[in-house]
Design a protein around this ligand. Structure first.
Ligand code: CP
Ligand code: NVA
Length: 310
């Protein structure tokens, strides 16, 4: 069953094929009204359930629009309004969904839940973010980076601040695609050992330093994420902000990267915390290209999952 659970499940060739499709579809419908269906309407008659245990703006909107533009339809389900929110098992939910729709994109807390969905749904399952990883985001990030910097292989990406789900999926992508990944983060805010070990086994060395300025040396792209992810506890907030405050992406930090370095952020952003307003609202920022590319990249992911890619 072709799921989309983690970047590490794919080969370099498969990732590049999805990116090519995302690029092709974006160009093919440039300037069209957003509601017009792509000329080939490849997902006509297909329905995708969008299941959310956590809030979302971009993931919800982009998957909904992606399905419409591919000729299909969606059913949006918030866990709080479902029996899932009252304790029905993810396994039973998966079986029921599998009887009525053709695929499911789910944003859930534990990664084990997305794995259980994939095991029991009997149809394609897409990871729309778990506490552990956020692979769909990375496909859009790769598309954006390629648009601005050309071929991905050999590019240097610097990640500054907290390392969470987005960082993990980025390490997987950088490893498979031959990119240099440099992290500036304090102890306690770094990626899990298992993903670093996986990168090493697959021929990549993730450079990690406590010094944000050192991390961004030679970077084509500087990235960060919120210091308080949806899975972090409210009571950790003050300590996280205090510990991470030296890691704000400021104009001074951007000046340490390559002269033409771009800034990316998956959003939502917190100006004055992980990024200064002058950076995210400044000329190096491509965050809204990145947000738009969620739509185009997701279309390629959907086509992969429904067996319509190449
Ligand atoms: N970047 C991202 O996944 O945004 P949402 O949380 O709004 O979906
Ligand atoms: N790390 C963030 C990403 C949001 C898209 C979170 O999990 O909240």
């Amino acid at each position: 069953m072709p799921h989309f659970i983690d970047i590490a499940d794919f080969s370099k060739e498969a990732l590049l094929a999805m990116l090519k499709e995302a690029r092709r579809r974006k160009v093919a419908r440039a300037g069209w009204p957003k509601g017009r269906v792509d000329a080939d309407a490849p997902l006509t008659d297909h329905v995708l359930a969008l299941l959310f245990e956590k809030p979302s703006t971009r993931t919800r909107l982009s998957f909904d629009m992606a399905m419409r533009q591919l000729g299909g339809a969606t059913v949006i389900m918030n866990a709080g309004d479902m029996q899932l929110g009252r304790g029905e098992s993810i396994e039973d939910t998966a079986h029921v969904l599998g009887r009525m729709v053709d695929g499911v994109m789910a944003r859930v807390h534990g990664h084990d839940k997305i794995e259980a969905l994939a095991e029991h749904a009997g149809m394609p399952v897409i990871n729309g973010l778990t506490d552990l990883s956020h692979p769909c985001q990375i496909m859009a990030d790769l598309q954006t980076l390629e648009e601005h910097k050309g071929a991905l292989e050999g590019l240097t990406v610097a990640w500054v601040g907290d390392c969470a789900n987005v960082t993990r999926s980025w390490i997987e992508a950088a490893t498979l695609l031959g990119m240099h990944f440099r992290i500036g983060a304090p102890e306690g805010y770094r990626p899990e050992e298992d993903v670093l070990a996986w990168a090493k086994e697959n021929g990549a060395e993730v450079f990690i330093t406590e010094d944000a300025a050192e991390a961004v040396q030679g970077a084509d792209c500087v990235m960060t994420d919120t210091w308080i992810s949806m899975h972090h506890k409210e009571e950790e907030k003050a300590k996280r902000i205090a510990d991470l405050s030296p890691y704000q992406v400021t104009p001074e930090l951007m000046a340490q990267a390559k002269e033409d370095a771009i800034f990316m952020h998956c959003l939502p952003a917190h100006r004055g915390e992980e990024v200064a307003a002058e950076v995210i609202d400044g000329p190096a920022s491509v965050v809204f290209d990145e947000a738009e590319n969620r739509l185009h990249a997701q279309k390629a992911i959907l086509l992969h999952c429904f067996g319509k890619l190449g």
